[in-house]
Ligand binder design. Structure first.
Ligand code: ISL
Ligand code: CA
Length: 549
């Protein structure tokens, strides 16, 4: 069934709450996406990953689902969804949905039943345990703070939740749970959906000993006690056999703890599990001993090493996905580039990397116009549950709150959740009402309209680059070779097949840097600077060169 079309695809991630509001309630919605469908089509992308639009009490912005078969009314109706799907398909664009099945909402009917009594037929849909010494069953922490267990007085037991208390983990040991998930997947696929992005799929198989972790560190716990559990591959193979293999679709798995050594167990050709992964290693690379808000500097050598090693590890058995930001991590131009005096150059350089590196690229909404991180002054303006938990925990620990706010500005998830800046009218043209989260104040200068009419248009650069990639299969299937692994500022790599050879030369710095290689046999075919000087790269210059034969 599977025709591998996804290798050629160019993905675009839509975070629906923040894309475009069509009815003035301040919340982005499906009709808003339809309004902007030509914008998406003009960009040249051909695969949309739509964040969760299911019914949800929104404790974690839709990653807590209370009905997997319904569209949340704030996003629109099922008719709106089907209209979006068919309008995308008319334009040759596919759509994948978020599949969030490590946990549901505590307001899902299954959980409401489950908590009623120990012998309720839904009891085993979730993970219930007796406490230990008057406390939780073990010492695991939840992702967004606090213990990974919640006490429920009614039946005097604790339920397991790796995320918030409103996101109880589903019990995948129970075959009925798995059958429910597969039926639900068939429902969407039969409607014409083209696949799934699988949320924290690495966490679904639990280690049934529920043993204490000896180290007080969330990432250590996740990697050693929660991720890649004993039955994960059995479950994914079953899912593939029962559902995925019956459709010409694509799947991309997300989840912490999937290292490059384990990657091909999930995506290897002969494994019959998933097609590709969002590798999170890069996203977690700057986390210090204190976690994500304890940001450490990462250098270009480490960045390059990671992509080199993932390419080698995946080899010709698997397939990578390439992304530099999404709804959970800071804006790529702020994190890996320069969002100040070289914003145009850095945003286009990162675009060049995304779209010429080996793997299926994924562009996060707004990054195609170089949107940046935001720095709200007051915690009142933040919405993300992770950020709010971190703030409250820090307050309780008497932390230096100025410092805490600085850390939120750098690493918080709301950096990427502010609304798309469409124009310079109030609220960036996102809504005629009051937006659910404030628009980044830089919308008056950074917005789609302004970008389009600028002679330094990031959007136009993306379009040309996407067209270039589509016209040259070497960028998709050609080999990848890192030519300067140890250089501190330059990333120069080669993409090559039997027809063509390209060099991608990128300067990840604010200085002009001499190229320590002879590029005499190459001509520059694409750049974010007008003039091309063979011997050096200007600040954040990106050049694509083609070998002359
Ligand atoms: O956001 C993170 C770090 O701050 C990640 O650790 C994130 O929790 C992890 O990548 C899993 O993310 C996914 O599942 C979460 C949800 O909150 C995220 O938005 C989603 O992408 C729980 O469903
Ligand atoms: Ca709306």
């Amino acid at each position: 069934m599977n025709t591998n079309w996804w290798k050629n695809a160019i993905m675009y991630q839509i975070y629906p709450r923040s894309f475009k509001d069509s009815n003035g309630d301040g919340i982005g919605d499906i009709c808003g996406i339809i309004e902007k469908i030509d914008y998406i089509a003009d960009l040249g992308v051909d695969l949309i990953w739509l964040g969760p639009v299911y019914e949800s009490p929104n404790d974690d912005n839709g990653y807590d689902i209370s009905d997997y078969y319904k569209i949340h009314p704030e996003f629109g109706t099922m008719d709106d969804f089907q209209e979006l799907l068919s309008q995308l398909h008319d334009r040759g664009i596919r759509l994948i949905m978020d599949l969030v099945v490590n946990h549901s909402s505590d307001e899902h009917r299954w959980f409401e039943e489950s908590r009623k009594s120990k012998d309720n037929p839904y009891r085993d849909y979730y993970i219930w345990k007796d406490g230990k010494h008057g406390g939780p069953p073990n010492n695991w922490q939840a992702f967004f703070g606090g213990p990974a267990w919640e006490y429920d007085e009614h039946t005097d037991q604790w339920y397991h939740h790796l995320f918030t208390v409103k996101q109880p983990d589903l019990n995948w040991e129970n075959p009925k749970v798995r059958e429910e998930v597969y039926s639900m997947m068939r429902y969407w696929l039969d409607m014409g959906v083209d696949g799934f992005r699988m949320d924290v799929i690495s966490l679904i198989s639990k280690r049934l000993e529920y043993a204490d972790t000896p180290v007080d560190n969330l990432m250590y716990q996740v990697n050693n006690y929660n991720a890649n559990g004993p039955r994960i591959h059995e479950f994914l193979q079953e899912m593939n056999r029962e559902v995925l293999s019956k459709y010409d679709i694509m799947t991309v798995g997300e989840g912490p703890g999937i290292t490059k050594e384990l990657a091909n167990l999930y995506i290897g050709k002969d494994r019959n599990e998933l097609n590709m992964l969002f590798q999170l290693e890069l996203m977690f690379m700057d986390n210090g001993p204190g976690g994500k808000f304890d940001k450490q500097e990462i250098n270009l050598e480490d960045f390059k090493k990671l992509f080199r090693e993932w390419d080698e590890a995946v080899g010709d058995q698997g397939w990578n996905n390439i992304f530099l930001d999404n709804h959970d991590f800071p804006r790529m131009v702020s994190r890996f580039g320069n969002d100040d005096n070289y914003r145009y150059e850095a945003a286009t350089l990162l675009a060049t990397f995304l779209l010429t590196m080996k793997g299926t690229p994924c562009i996060y909404q707004g990054s195609e116009i170089g949107m940046t991180n935001v720095a709200f002054e007051s915690i009142e303006d933040y919405r993300d549950i992770e950020t709010i938990h971190y703030w409250e925990e820090s307050l309780a620990n008497n932390a230096d709150m100025g410092d805490v706010m600085r850390r939120i500005h750098i690493q918080g998830r709301d950096n990427v959740r502010t609304p798309i800046q469409w124009n310079d009218s109030e609220h960036g043209g996102f809504t005629s009402g009051t937006p659910w989260i404030k628009v980044n104040p830089n919308y008056s200068s950074i917005n789609v309209e302004a970008d389009q009419s600028s002679d330094k248009s990031i959007l136009k650069f993306y379009k040309k680059l996407i067209a270039l990639r589509k016209a040259n299969p070497t960028f998709v299937l050609g080999s990848f070779d890192d030519l300067l692994p140890d250089h501190e500022q330059l990333y120069i790599f080669e993409r090559k097949d039997e027809h063509d050879s390209y060099l991608i030369a990128l300067n990840f710095s604010d200085e002009t840097v001499i190229i320590p290689m002879d590029l005499g046999s190459y001509v520059s075919i694409f750049s974010n600077y007008e003039e091309y000087i063979e011997s050096n790269l200007r600040p954040w210059q990106a050049n694509i060169l083609k070998k002359v034969t």
